[in-house]
Design a protein around this ligand. Structure first.
Ligand SMILES: Cc1cc2nc3c(=O)[nH]c(=O)nc-3n(C[C@H](O)[C@H](O)[C@H](O)COP(=O)(O)OP(=O)(O)OC[C@H]3O[C@@H](n4cnc5c(N)ncnc54)[C@H](O)[C@@H]3O)c2cc1C
Length: 415
């Protein structure tokens, strides 16, 4: 077993937040080591934004994130804002282009640019990267406050501060398999139960399963019959259920997205919350206008499929033509087509983890643990998640910066 001299900051995870933290801590003068289970840093970043990396959003406000309005997320975003993110990458030599709905991408159109410029800056600042070496355990020695982290290779790293930046459980193929949660627990932290979010939904309904293609629509999420969220955008019919950004955004509000297996069906049904998604295929139209339009087509003697094809894509119109009898039915299908949700897809397909290390266990201004001095958390391992559109990476940049700077300051005070 090899052990080396004590460094200021040990970072577990070279994802978006860990790399940003490494740069900021090193700029503040700290000696930094980063370990990642993957051979390459920033593996998930390459896959973000369909390979283009939607790295922030100009419309970013705290309302784009989950949780109570306790100022927690806002306090971190204020310390490193969207403008700061754009300036940061510009100073490194990477320009950012704004697209629709405030979404920002590297000018190159390649996610690899983001990884490249972060890696280059880490290298310039002398950050030491340990690739392919997962952290398996870590502890803080009471007598001197030093953290001892054990890596899979058998190497141990001694550090004055420790940052857990292991991500959550979403997209485990990119290395985030939930280790951060276990490490947090080993230090006495508790978790808001983690759930997959920003993910497609499964529906048992044969009509939904028969639908294919995409539709511009407004979508409403109902929990036990009550509206709890609404979105607008493109819905995708996958053959198993629904997907598309607006549907994925709704999954952030589902409490029990995967059915809990109970002893019997009755107990199961009673325990689970029932979710439905209502689709309005013609949100620009009132139900009254829709009825008038459909009635006119009926009066012209058109077939049921033809009547709906004036508003819906031909495949949807054809599927729906089998199941409506009256004008009321047709209006309901167009304006409030209800899709029962059986479950969401799981961690493998999810873009983000909802839940994580509880906010009340962290100092709101610095993200330092309230239980263990010198221990910090950033990125998705913390109980913060945002909408689709660059908000989750903005949280990674902001929280990584705050942790990097505060860990460097704490380590300097300890020397
Ligand atoms: C397919 C996909 C597309 C996405 N697209 C976007 C997008 O366009 N815009 C956006 O804002 N968000 C997007 N997201 C979400 C965004 O990528 C994440 O929220 C963000 O990467 C989280 O950053 P992080 O640093 O907390 O964790 P991660 O980026 O997940 O990094 C965690 C790192 O920790 C490492 N690690 C885990 N356990 C250990 C251990 N024990 N020891 C050492 N290292 C460990 C992992 O290997 C990983 O490299 C997308 C997510 C996915 C899956």
């Amino acid at each position: 077993m090899r052990s080396e001299k004590t460094v200021d900051l040990m970072i577990l995870g070279a994802g978006a937040s860990g790399m940003m933290a490494a740069v900021q801590a090193a700029r503040a003068g700290a000696s930094v080591v980063v370990a990642d289970g993957n051979e390459k840093a920033g593996k998930k970043l390459y896959a973000t934004g369909n390979g283009r990396c939607n790295l922030t959003n100009l419309l970013c406000t705290p309302a784009a994130y989950n949780g109570p309005e306790d100022g927690f997320t806002e306090g971190i975003l204020k310390q490193f804002s969207v403008e700061d993110t754009i300036d940061f990458f510009r100073e490194l030599g990477m320009l950012i282009r704004e697209e629709q709905e405030g979404r920002c991408y590297p000018y190159s159109g390649q996610a690899s640019s983001v990884v490249h410029f972060l890696e280059q800056e880490m290298h310039r600042l002398g950050v030491r990267f340990l690739p392919g070496d997962r952290a398996v355990a870590s502890e803080r020695r009471q007598e001197n406050g030093i953290f001892i982290t054990e890596l899979e290779s058998g190497r141990t790293v001694r550090s004055r501060t420790l940052l857990i930046a292991c991500g959550g459980k979403a997209g485990p193929a990119f290395g985030s398999t939930g280790d951060g949660y276990g490490l947090a627990r080993s230090f006495g932290h508790t978790l808001q139960p983690p759930r997959p979010a920003l993910v497609g939904c499964l529906s048992p309904d044969p009509v939904v399963k028969a639908l294919r293609g995409r539709a511009r629509a407004a979508v409403v999420l109902y929990e036990n019959g009550l509206e709890i969220a609404r979105e607008q955008g493109e819905v995708q019919f996958t053959g198993m259920g629904l997907s598309g950004i607006c549907v994925m955004d709704l999954t952030r509000f589902m409490d029990a997205p995967r059915p809990v297996r109970r002893k019997n069906r009755k107990e199961q049904a009673e325990a689970d919350k029932q979710y439905e998604i209502g689709i309005d295929f013609a949100p620009e139209m009132t139900a009254q206008d829709c009825r008038a339009f459909l009635q006119k087509a009926m009066d012209r003697g058109k077939s049921r499929g033809e009547i709906l094809s004036g508003m819906l894509n031909s495949h949807t119109a054809e599927v729906f033509s089998e199941i409506w009898e009256t004008t009321d039915d047709a209006v309901r299908l167009v304006k409030d087509f209800r899709v029962p949700v059986e479950a969401t897809l799981g961690w493998k397909d999810a873009q983000v983890s909802r839940g994580g290390v509880r906010r009340e266990e962290l100092e709101p201004g610095s993200l330092e643990s309230r239980l263990v001095p010198g221990l910090f958390f950033c990125g998705e391992v913390v109980d913060v998640d945002g909408r689709c559109g660059g908000y989750n990476l903005q949280w990674a940049w902001s929280s990584g910066t705050v942790c990097g700077r505060n860990a460097a300051a704490r380590a300097a005070g300890q020397e």
